[in-house]
Design a protein around this ligand. Sequence first.
Ligand code: AFP
Length: 314
Amino acid sequence: MGEGISDYTKFSVDLRRHMWLSGVDQELRRLIWQIAVTGKYISAKIHESNRKLAGIKNIYGEEQLALDRSSDEILKNQLKFSGFVREYASEEQDEVIQIGQGSESYIVTADPLDGSSLVDTNLAIGTIIGIHKASVFGRGRDSLVAALYITYGPLITMVYSAGKGTHEFVLNREGEYVLSEENIKMKEKGDIYSLGGLRKEWTEKHRRFIEDLESQGYKLRYSGGFVPDINQILIKRGGIFTYPALTTSPQGKLRLLFELQPMAFLMEQAGGMATDGSTPILDIPVVKLNQRCPIYIGSKYEVESAKKYLEGEV
Ligand code: AFP
Protein backbone atom coordinates (compact mmCIF):
# COMPACT_ATOMS: atom_id res chain seq x y z
CA MET A 1 0.00 0.00 0.00
CA GLY A 2 1.63 3.19 -1.11
CA GLU A 3 4.90 1.35 -1.69
CA GLY A 4 6.89 2.60 -4.60
CA ILE A 5 5.47 6.10 -4.70
CA SER A 6 8.63 7.91 -5.65
CA ASP A 7 7.62 11.54 -5.37
CA TYR A 8 5.03 12.89 -2.96
CA THR A 9 5.03 16.36 -4.43
CA LYS A 10 4.26 15.46 -8.06
CA PHE A 11 1.83 17.79 -9.69
CA SER A 12 -0.75 15.23 -10.81
CA VAL A 13 -1.12 17.03 -14.11
CA ASP A 14 -3.93 14.71 -15.19
CA LEU A 15 -6.03 15.55 -12.14
CA ARG A 16 -5.39 19.28 -12.39
CA ARG A 17 -6.06 19.34 -16.11
CA HIS A 18 -9.29 17.38 -15.63
CA MET A 19 -10.58 19.84 -13.05
CA TRP A 20 -9.54 22.79 -15.18
CA LEU A 21 -11.25 21.41 -18.30
CA SER A 22 -14.37 20.65 -16.23
CA GLY A 23 -14.56 24.31 -15.23
CA VAL A 24 -13.94 23.80 -11.51
CA ASP A 25 -13.21 27.07 -9.75
CA GLN A 26 -9.48 27.74 -9.31
CA GLU A 27 -9.37 27.74 -5.51
CA LEU A 28 -11.48 24.60 -5.34
CA ARG A 29 -9.18 22.90 -7.87
CA ARG A 30 -6.16 23.66 -5.79
CA LEU A 31 -7.86 22.52 -2.60
CA ILE A 32 -8.98 19.19 -4.08
CA TRP A 33 -5.51 18.66 -5.50
CA GLN A 34 -3.95 19.41 -2.13
CA ILE A 35 -6.23 16.92 -0.36
CA ALA A 36 -5.41 14.28 -2.98
CA VAL A 37 -1.71 14.87 -2.30
CA THR A 38 -2.37 14.59 1.44
CA GLY A 39 -3.77 11.11 0.74
CA LYS A 40 -0.26 10.12 -0.31
CA TYR A 41 1.12 11.13 3.08
CA ILE A 42 -1.66 9.28 4.89
CA SER A 43 -1.01 6.16 2.81
CA ALA A 44 2.67 6.37 3.75
CA LYS A 45 1.67 6.51 7.44
CA ILE A 46 -0.55 3.46 7.01
CA HIS A 47 2.29 1.69 5.31
CA GLU A 48 4.74 2.34 8.11
CA SER A 49 2.16 1.81 10.87
CA ASN A 50 2.78 -0.65 13.65
CA ARG A 51 -1.01 -1.01 14.11
CA LYS A 52 -0.85 -0.26 17.86
CA LEU A 53 -3.81 1.35 19.59
CA ALA A 54 -3.29 4.81 20.98
CA GLY A 55 -5.72 4.10 23.83
CA ILE A 56 -7.55 7.42 23.52
CA LYS A 57 -11.30 7.74 23.01
CA ASN A 58 -12.95 10.03 20.41
CA ILE A 59 -16.26 11.92 20.84
CA TYR A 60 -18.24 8.71 20.17
CA GLY A 61 -16.41 6.84 22.92
CA GLU A 62 -14.54 4.74 20.34
CA GLU A 63 -10.91 3.90 20.84
CA GLN A 64 -8.79 5.85 18.38
CA LEU A 65 -5.95 4.16 16.60
CA ALA A 66 -2.67 6.01 16.44
CA LEU A 67 -3.26 6.03 12.71
CA ASP A 68 -6.63 7.78 13.05
CA ARG A 69 -4.99 10.50 15.06
CA SER A 70 -1.98 10.96 12.84
CA SER A 71 -4.14 11.02 9.68
CA ASP A 72 -6.22 13.73 11.32
CA GLU A 73 -3.12 15.74 12.19
CA ILE A 74 -1.67 15.41 8.69
CA LEU A 75 -4.91 16.54 7.10
CA LYS A 76 -5.46 19.43 9.48
CA ASN A 77 -1.92 20.74 9.00
CA GLN A 78 -2.01 20.47 5.22
CA LEU A 79 -5.35 22.27 5.10
CA LYS A 80 -4.10 24.95 7.45
CA PHE A 81 -1.34 25.89 5.04
CA SER A 82 -3.50 25.67 1.92
CA GLY A 83 -4.82 29.19 2.40
CA PHE A 84 -8.32 28.17 1.24
CA VAL A 85 -9.82 26.67 4.38
CA ARG A 86 -11.26 28.68 7.26
CA GLU A 87 -12.63 25.81 9.36
CA TYR A 88 -12.00 22.11 9.76
CA ALA A 89 -14.48 19.61 11.21
CA SER A 90 -13.26 16.08 11.75
CA GLU A 91 -14.76 12.92 13.13
CA GLU A 92 -11.72 12.81 15.39
CA GLN A 93 -12.39 16.24 16.95
CA ASP A 94 -15.11 17.41 19.37
CA GLU A 95 -15.79 20.70 17.64
CA VAL A 96 -15.29 22.68 14.45
CA ILE A 97 -11.75 24.09 14.51
CA GLN A 98 -10.79 27.43 13.03
CA ILE A 99 -7.65 26.87 10.97
CA GLY A 100 -7.66 29.94 8.73
CA GLN A 101 -7.90 33.70 9.15
CA GLY A 102 -11.69 33.72 8.69
CA SER A 103 -11.89 35.05 5.14
CA GLU A 104 -11.04 31.80 3.32
CA SER A 105 -13.71 30.32 1.07
CA TYR A 106 -14.17 26.81 2.42
CA ILE A 107 -14.93 24.61 5.40
CA VAL A 108 -13.65 21.04 5.15
CA THR A 109 -15.16 18.02 6.90
CA ALA A 110 -13.19 14.81 7.21
CA ASP A 111 -13.33 11.26 8.32
CA PRO A 112 -9.53 11.06 8.07
CA LEU A 113 -9.30 7.27 8.24
CA ASP A 114 -12.62 5.48 8.02
CA GLY A 115 -12.66 1.75 8.78
CA SER A 116 -9.58 1.94 10.95
CA SER A 117 -10.58 -1.25 12.77
CA LEU A 118 -9.80 -3.04 9.49
CA VAL A 119 -6.17 -1.93 9.44
CA ASP A 120 -4.90 -5.06 11.17
CA THR A 121 -6.73 -7.30 8.69
CA ASN A 122 -5.22 -5.50 5.67
CA LEU A 123 -8.62 -4.79 4.12
CA ALA A 124 -9.09 -1.52 2.24
CA ILE A 125 -9.77 1.66 4.23
CA GLY A 126 -10.32 5.27 3.21
CA THR A 127 -10.47 9.01 3.80
CA ILE A 128 -13.79 10.84 3.27
CA ILE A 129 -13.91 14.60 2.62
CA GLY A 130 -16.71 17.13 2.27
CA ILE A 131 -16.00 20.69 1.08
CA HIS A 132 -18.59 23.26 2.17
CA LYS A 133 -18.93 26.90 1.29
CA ALA A 134 -21.27 27.80 4.15
CA SER A 135 -21.83 26.37 7.62
CA VAL A 136 -21.62 22.61 8.05
CA PHE A 137 -24.90 22.86 9.95
CA GLY A 138 -28.04 22.69 7.84
CA ARG A 139 -28.71 20.79 4.61
CA GLY A 140 -25.74 19.39 2.73
CA ARG A 141 -27.47 20.34 -0.51
CA ASP A 142 -27.18 24.02 0.42
CA SER A 143 -23.53 24.07 1.44
CA LEU A 144 -21.56 21.20 -0.14
CA VAL A 145 -19.60 22.25 -3.22
CA ALA A 146 -17.43 19.17 -3.57
CA ALA A 147 -16.74 15.78 -2.04
CA LEU A 148 -14.11 13.14 -2.44
CA TYR A 149 -12.81 9.93 -0.98
CA ILE A 150 -9.48 8.17 -1.18
CA THR A 151 -9.21 4.39 -0.95
CA TYR A 152 -6.10 2.75 0.44
CA GLY A 153 -6.23 -0.77 -0.93
CA PRO A 154 -4.29 -2.76 -3.47
CA LEU A 155 -4.45 0.53 -5.39
CA ILE A 156 -4.78 4.05 -4.06
CA THR A 157 -7.67 5.74 -5.81
CA MET A 158 -9.32 9.12 -5.47
CA VAL A 159 -12.95 9.70 -6.45
CA TYR A 160 -14.08 13.31 -6.53
CA SER A 161 -16.96 15.47 -7.61
CA ALA A 162 -17.07 19.24 -7.72
CA GLY A 163 -20.68 19.18 -8.93
CA LYS A 164 -19.69 18.30 -12.50
CA GLY A 165 -19.93 14.52 -12.48
CA THR A 166 -18.07 11.91 -10.45
CA HIS A 167 -14.60 10.83 -11.56
CA GLU A 168 -12.00 8.33 -10.43
CA PHE A 169 -8.21 8.71 -10.50
CA VAL A 170 -5.63 6.03 -9.71
CA LEU A 171 -2.30 6.88 -8.13
CA ASN A 172 0.52 5.44 -10.21
CA ARG A 173 4.00 4.46 -9.04
CA GLU A 174 5.38 7.84 -10.09
CA GLY A 175 3.02 9.53 -7.63
CA GLU A 176 0.64 10.90 -10.28
CA TYR A 177 -3.13 10.63 -10.02
CA VAL A 178 -4.17 9.35 -13.45
CA LEU A 179 -7.75 9.57 -14.73
CA SER A 180 -9.27 6.08 -14.82
CA GLU A 181 -13.07 6.52 -14.83
CA GLU A 182 -14.57 9.74 -16.12
CA ASN A 183 -18.21 10.64 -15.52
CA ILE A 184 -19.18 7.49 -13.68
CA LYS A 185 -22.82 6.75 -14.53
CA MET A 186 -24.85 4.43 -12.35
CA LYS A 187 -27.13 1.89 -14.03
CA GLU A 188 -30.81 1.92 -13.09
CA LYS A 189 -30.39 -1.40 -11.25
CA GLY A 190 -27.47 -3.44 -9.98
CA ASP A 191 -27.00 -6.94 -8.60
CA ILE A 192 -24.99 -6.55 -5.36
CA TYR A 193 -26.00 -5.54 -1.84
CA SER A 194 -23.91 -4.46 1.10
CA LEU A 195 -25.61 -4.73 4.49
CA GLY A 196 -24.57 -3.10 7.75
CA GLY A 197 -26.08 -3.84 11.15
CA LEU A 198 -26.95 -7.09 12.89
CA ARG A 199 -29.82 -8.95 11.22
CA LYS A 200 -31.45 -9.64 14.62
CA GLU A 201 -31.67 -5.84 15.14
CA TRP A 202 -33.24 -4.98 11.77
CA THR A 203 -36.76 -3.61 11.65
CA GLU A 204 -39.49 -5.71 10.05
CA LYS A 205 -39.76 -3.34 7.05
CA HIS A 206 -36.03 -3.42 6.40
CA ARG A 207 -35.95 -7.22 6.70
CA ARG A 208 -38.73 -7.56 4.10
CA PHE A 209 -36.86 -5.23 1.72
CA ILE A 210 -33.67 -7.29 2.04
CA GLU A 211 -35.58 -10.54 1.54
CA ASP A 212 -36.97 -9.06 -1.68
CA LEU A 213 -33.41 -8.36 -2.92
CA GLU A 214 -32.34 -11.85 -1.88
CA SER A 215 -35.24 -13.44 -3.75
CA GLN A 216 -34.01 -11.57 -6.84
CA GLY A 217 -30.56 -13.12 -6.47
CA TYR A 218 -28.53 -10.11 -5.26
CA LYS A 219 -24.99 -11.05 -4.25
CA LEU A 220 -23.67 -10.03 -0.81
CA ARG A 221 -20.64 -7.72 -0.84
CA TYR A 222 -19.73 -6.25 2.57
CA SER A 223 -16.24 -5.57 3.86
CA GLY A 224 -17.13 -3.48 6.92
CA GLY A 225 -15.31 -0.47 5.45
CA PHE A 226 -17.69 2.25 4.28
CA VAL A 227 -15.29 3.65 1.67
CA PRO A 228 -14.49 0.39 -0.17
CA ASP A 229 -18.10 -0.76 0.17
CA ILE A 230 -19.43 2.41 -1.47
CA ASN A 231 -16.57 2.36 -3.97
CA GLN A 232 -17.61 -1.11 -5.07
CA ILE A 233 -21.18 0.02 -5.77
CA LEU A 234 -19.93 3.07 -7.71
CA ILE A 235 -17.28 1.31 -9.76
CA LYS A 236 -19.61 -1.61 -10.54
CA ARG A 237 -22.22 1.04 -11.47
CA GLY A 238 -25.04 -0.44 -9.40
CA GLY A 239 -26.38 -2.11 -6.29
CA ILE A 240 -27.11 -0.85 -2.80
CA PHE A 241 -25.32 -0.19 0.49
CA THR A 242 -27.44 0.13 3.60
CA TYR A 243 -26.72 0.82 7.23
CA PRO A 244 -30.30 0.92 8.49
CA ALA A 245 -32.12 2.04 11.60
CA LEU A 246 -31.68 -0.72 14.15
CA THR A 247 -33.96 -1.64 17.05
CA THR A 248 -31.06 -0.80 19.38
CA SER A 249 -30.02 2.40 17.52
CA PRO A 250 -32.85 3.99 15.52
CA GLN A 251 -30.38 6.39 13.88
CA GLY A 252 -28.12 3.59 12.65
CA LYS A 253 -24.35 3.93 13.00
CA LEU A 254 -22.91 6.18 10.32
CA ARG A 255 -22.39 9.92 10.67
CA LEU A 256 -24.44 12.26 8.52
CA LEU A 257 -21.86 15.04 8.19
CA PHE A 258 -18.58 13.16 7.94
CA GLU A 259 -19.58 9.98 6.11
CA LEU A 260 -23.03 10.15 4.53
CA GLN A 261 -23.22 13.64 3.00
CA PRO A 262 -19.99 13.35 0.95
CA MET A 263 -20.95 9.89 -0.32
CA ALA A 264 -24.49 11.07 -1.14
CA PHE A 265 -23.03 14.00 -3.11
CA LEU A 266 -20.76 11.66 -5.12
CA MET A 267 -23.57 9.15 -5.68
CA GLU A 268 -26.09 11.76 -6.85
CA GLN A 269 -23.48 13.22 -9.20
CA ALA A 270 -23.10 9.72 -10.67
CA GLY A 271 -26.87 9.46 -11.23
CA GLY A 272 -27.57 7.31 -8.17
CA MET A 273 -29.51 8.09 -4.99
CA ALA A 274 -28.96 8.26 -1.24
CA THR A 275 -31.76 8.46 1.33
CA ASP A 276 -32.43 7.62 4.95
CA GLY A 277 -35.23 5.38 3.68
CA SER A 278 -37.44 8.27 2.61
CA THR A 279 -35.66 11.65 2.65
CA PRO A 280 -32.59 12.34 0.47
CA ILE A 281 -29.46 12.43 2.67
CA LEU A 282 -28.52 15.86 1.27
CA ASP A 283 -31.88 17.28 2.43
CA ILE A 284 -31.53 16.17 6.05
CA PRO A 285 -30.30 19.09 8.18
CA VAL A 286 -27.21 18.57 10.31
CA VAL A 287 -27.92 19.92 13.79
CA LYS A 288 -24.97 18.43 15.63
CA LEU A 289 -21.55 17.21 14.56
CA ASN A 290 -21.92 13.62 15.67
CA GLN A 291 -25.43 13.14 14.23
CA ARG A 292 -26.03 9.65 12.92
CA CYS A 293 -28.51 8.64 10.25
CA PRO A 294 -29.71 5.45 8.50
CA ILE A 295 -28.66 5.19 4.86
CA TYR A 296 -29.80 3.50 1.65
CA ILE A 297 -27.39 4.44 -1.15
CA GLY A 298 -26.81 3.14 -4.65
CA SER A 299 -28.66 2.77 -7.91
CA LYS A 300 -32.18 4.12 -8.30
CA TYR A 301 -34.15 0.90 -8.49
CA GLU A 302 -32.88 -0.42 -5.15
CA VAL A 303 -33.06 2.89 -3.26
CA GLU A 304 -36.60 3.55 -4.50
CA SER A 305 -37.61 0.00 -3.69
CA ALA A 306 -36.27 0.45 -0.14
CA LYS A 307 -38.42 3.57 0.17
CA LYS A 308 -41.57 1.62 -0.76
CA TYR A 309 -40.88 -0.96 1.92
CA LEU A 310 -39.91 1.56 4.59
CA GLU A 311 -42.89 3.81 3.92
CA GLY A 312 -45.19 0.78 4.11
CA GLU A 313 -46.31 0.81 0.47
CA VAL A 314 -45.30 -2.84 0.00
P1 AFP B 1 -14.68 1.98 12.38
O1 AFP B 1 -14.09 3.29 11.92
O2 AFP B 1 -14.96 1.93 13.84
O3 AFP B 1 -13.90 0.80 11.90
O4 AFP B 1 -16.11 1.88 11.73
C1 AFP B 1 -16.24 1.68 10.36
C2 AFP B 1 -17.59 2.09 9.95
O5 AFP B 1 -17.81 3.34 10.48
C3 AFP B 1 -17.79 2.09 8.44
O6 AFP B 1 -16.60 2.20 7.75
C4 AFP B 1 -18.53 0.81 8.17
O7 AFP B 1 -19.44 0.92 7.09
C5 AFP B 1 -19.24 0.51 9.45
O8 AFP B 1 -18.54 1.17 10.47
C6 AFP B 1 -19.25 -0.96 9.75
O9 AFP B 1 -20.00 -1.20 10.89
P2 AFP B 1 -20.25 -2.68 11.44
O10 AFP B 1 -18.96 -3.12 12.09
O11 AFP B 1 -21.37 -2.54 12.41
O12 AFP B 1 -20.61 -3.57 10.27
